[in-house]
Design a protein around this ligand. Structure first.
Ligand code: PGA
Length: 254
């Protein structure tokens, strides 16, 4: 099974600090064996320069969003082909911030995933329940439905090329983390939902945990059998913390 540590920079950094951050990550990784896949997702304006900086290293560059159409009159949007042409290898889709602030639905996210897969870019599909849903005991229903709707119309071969990130919304940027047991329980649920769709291929789909994952809590999370790495927000903005998370994932999995 692959292990992936991905950093979601969200709407942070500028041209100078983006270059410094990725430089720090590349330097820090030199001391580690290359067993874990490392991904950074800078804001759109810095994707091309960061992709050039990591060329020839083990770091892959991801976008944080895309549009499903190839080209057209969609002011402010960015297509998969554009991302591909500058060396972007993955794209986060369905992040809870995009669902919450930009009204993205699972059906829309499913269309983006189909466009990404057709264009040869790996979708990192985010799902997860909000606090009230967990408190009401509805978290499995919610995540199960998100997966069903987003993957509707995709065949097994397509679904098997997606990376899934479970990000409980109550844990994102809040300092609250799912316990390793809560995370493992949900990851096992997601794995079985995927097994219903793609059979044994589900065991090859990396499932990442996200939500206040930091060096002081990552070992317990990465130690769980169905957690194959992390999608990291805040701690990815500091090269030392991010590289430490890669080290912890390497230690836990390899
Ligand atoms: P966080 O963000 O690590 O800052 O909680 C995770 C994410 O939103 O992907």
């Amino acid at each position: 099974m692959r292990t992936i540590v991905a950093g979601n920079w969200k709407m942070h950094t500028d041209r100078t600090t983006a270059a410094e951050l990725v430089n720090g990550v590349v330097k820090g990784l030199e001391a580690l064996p290359a067993q874990v896949e490392v991904v950074v997702a800078p804001p759109f304006p810095f994707l091309a320069s960061v992709a050039e900086q990591v060329n020839g290293t083990r770091v892959l560059v991801a976008a944080q969003n895309c549009h499903e159409a190839a080209t057209g009159a969609y002011t402010g949007e960015v297509s998969v082909g554009m991302l591909k042409s500058i060396g972007v290898g993955a794209c986060i889709v369905g992040h809870s911030e995009r669902r919450q602030y930009f009204g993205e639905t699972d059906t829309a996210v499913g269309r983006k995933m189909a466009a990404l897969l057709a264009g040869g870019i790996t979708p990192i599909y985010c799902c997860g329940e909000v606090k009230a849903e967990r408190e009401a005991g509805r978290h499995f229903d919610v995540v199960g439905r998100q997966i069903d709707e987003a993957f509707a119309g995709m065949d097994a071969e397509m679904i098997a090329r997606v990376v899934v990130a479970y990000e409980p919304v109550w844990a994102i940027g809040t300092g609250l983390t799912a316990s390793p047991e809560q995370a493992q329980e949900m990851h096992a649920f997601i794995r079985s939902a995927l097994r219903n769709k793609v059979g044994a291929l589900a065991d090859t789909i990396p499932l990442l945990y996200g939500g206040s994952c930091k060096p002081d809590n990552a070992a317990g999370l990465f130690g769980q059998p169905d957690i194959n790495g992390g999608l990291i927000g805040g701690a990815a903005l500091d090269a030392t913390s991010f590289v430490e998370l890669v080290r912890l994932a390497t230690a836990a999995k390899h």
